[in-house]
Structures are given as structure tokens and as C-alpha cells.
Design a protein around this ligand. Structure first.
Ligand code: DC
Length: 234
């Protein structure tokens, strides 16, 4: 029953890394939809932790307080409508994850090795027994270094700023870029074996098409793409 295949039919991981507002969420979500994979936004896990610490009035610099708060918090993940969600003490912080204050603190919170370890474990739990598209900063470089399906998506700073403005969000992406690239643990890097795409002047659909073509070339059974396309009537 295909047990000799190099990849099982489930728990394949497609890693989509890149800086803020590079287009990776839209691309990862659409790719997951086409493939019938689960979409996982790893930034959402960091954002949920940042939101929780804000709610508890814990400053993002206080290592010991953060550790104690994380000991006390129950972080659980589940899948709804083919997307992962995180609950903190049984509360879904979904609508608050893009609040200004979360945007402001999330990079600083994500520097802590303990926070990174927790999120990494949750991401492995999401992938256990599932095919997933995971977007983030370190998915191909650190969290799933063995996956053959790695993409790095970027766009010019001007284009990324415009995208955030069009989304009606205030987000200091230059500052987050700096924090994300310069932190000691799992900084944003381009994994050596990642396929790099500049999304500055192309549509989401073009990027997803390019990724799909690349996945076919590097051995993700193309049958998966056809089945899903037919199901979608494309
Ligand atoms: O993808 P995003 O902009 O929602 O991510 C929010 C923050 O979370 C980002 O600025 C840094 C952190 N993050 C991370 O450190 N590693 C990841 N894999 C994903 C996000």
C-alpha cells in the first residue's frame, strides 16, 4: 500500500517563510486550499502568546514573569475549517491577534527560547498525522529542516508597507524585520535549500501556481494537485 514511498500520504510539511507582509499568509492559505492540506499560521501562535501576556500585564522583557505565566497557561491547538487555531485557557484570541499592541510586542515575545520551544512543539503536533502548509519565519530553517518542500517569499519594503496600509493595519514592519532578523534564536533566514520567490509584482495566484509547479518538479505527487483542482472545478 505504498509503504515504500519516501513520504507518507500524511504529515507532509510545506514550509513558507518570509518577512511580514510578504504575501505569505494569502499564498499559504490558497495553496493549502488547493492541495486539501491544513493551513497553519505559526505567527498566530506567537501572537496568541503575546496577547495572553498583554492581558496579564506582563511586559515582553520580563523573562521570569513570562516563564511563570507560560507555566500557568493552558495552550491548546485545534483545527477548524482546515485551519489551525490556538486556544489560551480555553479562550480563542482570534479577533485580537492583529491588534496594534500585539503587533508591537510579538517580535520581542518571540525572542524567548522557551516561547519558541513551545510553539515549535505545537507546530509538530499540528503536523502529526496531517498534511500541512505552515507559514512563518523559521519553518524551513529550524522547525522542519528535513522537509523537502521549502519556500521563501519576500517583497520590497515599499510594497510590503503598501499592503499593510491597504489592510488598514498599523504595523511597524521595518522594526519587526529588524527584530526578526537579528534575534539570537531562530532568526529569519533563507534556508539554504529554499526556493525563493519575489512577490512584489505578481499576483497571489501566480505565486501559488509557481509553487505548485515547483512542488510537482521536486516530487510532491502531482496527483494531489489534480484531485484538488477537479474538486474545486478549476
Ligand atoms: O507572520 P506574522 O507577522 O503574523 O508573525 C508575527 C511575529 O511572530 C513575527 O514578527 C515574529 C514571530 N514569528 C516567529 O518568530 N517565527 C515564526 N515562525 C512566525 C512568527
Amino acid at each position: 500500500m505504498g509503504s515504500h514511498a519516501s513520504h507518507r500520504r500524511s504529515d507532509r510539511v510545506i514550509a513558507i517563510d518570509g518577512p511580514a507582509a510578504s504575501g505569505k499568509s494569502s499564498v499559504a492559505r490558497e495553496l493549502a486550499r488547493r492541495l486539501g492540506f491544513i493551513y497553519v499560521n505559526s505567527g498566530g501562535f506567537y501572537r496568541a502568546i503575546a496577547w495572553y501576556l498583554l492581558r496579564k500585564n506582563i511586559p515582553p522583557e520580563e523573562d521570569d514573569l513570562i516563564s511563570a505565566a507560560l507555566d500557568a497557561a493552558a495552550l491548546t491547538g485545534n483545527v477548524q475549517d482546515n485551519e489551525s487555531r490556538i486556544l489560551v485557557d480555553d479562550v480563542d484570541p482570534g479577533e485580537h491577534l492583529r491588534d496594534d499592541r500585539v503587533n508591537e510586542t510579538v517580535s520581542r515575545v518571540s525572542r524567548f527560547p522557551r516561547v519558541r520551544k513551545i510553539v515549535s512543539q505545537k507546530l509538530h503536533d499540528c503536523a502529526d498525522g496531517h498534511d500541512v502548509v505552515i507559514e512563518g519565519r523559521d519553518i524551513g530553517s529550524v522547525v522542519f529542516p528535513d522537509t523537502p518542500y521549502k519556500f521563501y517569499i519576500h517583497a520590497s519594503p515599499e510594497v510590503r508597507l503598501k499592503r499593510r496600509a491597504a489592510q488598514g493595519e498599523r504595523d511597524e514592519i521595518a522594526m519587526r524585520d529588524h527584530d526578526d532578523v537579528s534575534r539570537a534564536v531562530s532568526p529569519l533566514v533563507i534556508a539554504a535549500d529554499a526556493y525563493v520567490i519575489d512577490t512584489s509584482h505578481v499576483t497571489i495566484e501566480q505565486v501559488v501556481n509557481e509553487i505548485s509547479a515547483r512542488l510537482g518538479q521536486i516530487g510532491l505527487p502531482i496527483r494531489d494537485l489534480r484531485i484538488t483542482n477537479r474538486a474545486l472545478g478549476e
